[in-house]
Write a protein that binds this ligand. Structure first.
Ligand code: AMP
Ligand code: ZN
Ligand code: FE
Ligand code: FE
Length: 297
């Protein structure tokens, strides 16, 4: 008998099929700073043999319906998500929401308001750039952003197009990154407020890529504020970080999550599913939510 015919006994209550299936729980579309539309992302997810993906646009949920529609044709499960920009003690912390009801009125009102705030921030960044002799029209940036949330990546693209910088990364390093001369912080959203918003919309809250300059003490404060999960798998997390955050999640009884933070090819060499988690994580999230919703109600 060949090795291939030997069937491993299931090691958990979840199905053997689930053990072989994968999920990428961090992706962006044209509704924020991704370069691909929701249906293109879903199509690439199918090609990458993913069973599920989460659509997690920055401060935006309008792309979820398009992804759900596309998913019918591609047989990929969509986890409705969002990536909220939280400010905690002056530090930018991204909070992922999973299984949020994207028709929740409070969440919709919140993201609409955030879009407006992002456009006001764009005005302030453009004013700073103009004062430095780098005038950009608002239109040239908004056209990059399309229907969704406008952010610094769109400004960086417009700066490249205008010939003010050689490439996207120069735009951040010279002008747009935190601490550079055209930096303007976003609207302040407190961690507790973000978590409440996500729970109120029936979703769970995960701290995104803590390895990107979020000190452990801040991660712990987020845990105490009611975070449900830690993103352990991320392109910027090496093995040491992944293990560190996994241990932290275990110590606090939290879920773990992960994905590729896919931006549709904006970052060099990225491919959806390059960083992925077992589909079992999605099942665990569903189990957790069934129990937690009673507690939050
Ligand atoms: P915003 O939400 O407008 O502040 O833009 C945040 C996005 O800009 C992040 O999700 C990254 O994709 C990108 N970004 C932030 N800082 C940098 C950086 N230093 N270099 C390249 N991209 C960056
Ligand atoms: Zn982004
Ligand atoms: Fe992020
Ligand atoms: Fe992201």
């Amino acid at each position: 008998m060949s090795d291939q015919l030997q069937v491993k006994p299931p090691t958990s209550s979840h199905s053997a099929a689930a053990e072989r299936a994968w999920a990428d729980l961090h992706t962006h579309t044209t509704y924020s700073d991704g370069l691909l539309s929701p249906s293109e992302v879903v199509s690439q997810a199918k090609a990458a043999n993913l069973r599920a993906i989460a659509i997690t646009d920055h401060d935006e949920i309008s792309g979820i319906d398009a992804a759900l529609n596309a998913a019918k044709a591609f047989d990929v499960e969509i986890v409705s998500g969002v990536e909220l920009s939280v400010t905690h003690k002056g530090i930018d912390v991204h909070v992922l929401g999973y299984f949020v009801d994207h028709h929740n009125p409070k969440l919709i009102a919140f993201v609409k308001d955030f879009q407006q705030e992002r456009r006001l921030r764009l005005d302030r960044i453009l004013a700073k750039l103009e004062a430095m002799g780098k005038p950009l029209s608002k239109e040239s940036v908004l056209i990059k952003a399309g229907a969704g949330s406008v952010g610094r990546p769109h400004i960086a693209d417009a700066m490249v197009e205008a010939g003010f910088v050689e490439n996207y990364y120069d735009a951040f390093n010279q002008y747009l990154a935190d601490g550079r001369p055209a930096y303007v912080p976003k609207k302040k959203l407190a961690a507790a407020e973000a978590i409440k918003l996500l729970h109120g919309a029936g979703g769970l809250a995960a701290i995104a890529h803590p390895g990107l300059d979020v000190p452990d003490e801040i991660v712990l404060e987020m845990v105490h504020a009611g975070i449900d999960a830690i993103e352990t798998v991320h392109p910027k997390h090496g093995d040491a970080r992944r293990l560190h955050y996994t241990a932290m999640a275990q110590a606090h009884g939290l879920l773990t999550t992960g994905g590729s933070d896919f931006h549709g090819g904006r970052k060099a060499f990225e491919k959806i599913g390059d960083h992925r988690v077992s589909y079992e994580i999605v099942e665990r999230m569903k189990d957790y939510l069934m129990k937690a919703k009673n507690a939050w109600a």
